[in-house]
Unconditional design. Structure first.
Length: 195
């Protein structure tokens, strides 16, 4: 049997132990899901790709008006949480006539169809920020925080949510979870990887 100190936390790599110890304890006591539900009780109503595209386009218009257009924003069942890809921004090139056309597409893991509203917002902001900043560097995280003031806290909490999901379904983390939410934890000392 695994002790709380040995509990693996694959979505929380790079965070200091003082943040991880309470997470391990909450997992061991079975209170992490309740904590998340209290912190993030609001679900979102974005269940279709059309609504997701409209929401992403509104965010882009508000914060990244001069960035290139988005051709597609969809929920993707193929993005598996065990591969740590929560969302992707890709450029798809196609030959149309004699020209090469490039289109940008955002794909969000389908697990976020049932996630709390703020967590879906965080993932969208993260992928939209890649329209201007390709690398996960200071400029990238500064843009994320400009678009979503509590970005770092939401990123950490989303990782807690995914940790809770993994603990609920260790054999199949990629399945779509029930609506739930995460616990409040202090903001990490620095931006961690969001993918």
């Amino acid at each position: 049997m695994t002790t709380p100190a040995e509990t693996p936390l694959p979505f929380l790599g790079g965070y200091p132990e003082q943040l991880l110890a309470p997470v391990r304890l909450a997992l061991a006591e079975g209170t992490l899901g309740e904590h998340l539900q209290r912190r993030y009780p609001e679900a979102h109503g974005i269940r279709s790709d059309t609504l997701l595209y409209e929401h992403a386009a509104a965010l882009k218009q508000r914060h990244l008006r001069h960035a290139g257009p988005l051709a597609k924003v969809v929920f993707d069942n193929r993005l598996q949480l065990d591969h740590r890809a929560l969302g992707t921004l890709t450029t798809v090139s196609r030959v149309q006539g004699g020209n090469l056309k490039s289109k940008r597409e955002i794909r969000i893991s389908a697990v976020f169809k049932q996630a709390p509203a703020q967590m879906l917002e965080m993932i969208l902001v993260h992928e939209l920020a890649h329209l201007k900043e390709r690398e996960h560097d200071k400029a990238f995280y500064g843009l994320c925080q400009h678009m979503l003031a509590d970005y770092h806290q939401l990123e950490f909490d989303t990782r807690l949510y995914l940790t809770w999901l993994a603990a609920q379904r260790p054999a199949s983390v990629s399945q779509t979870p029930p609506a739930s939410a995460l616990p409040a934890e202090p903001e990490p000392s620095g931006p961690g990887p969001a993918r």
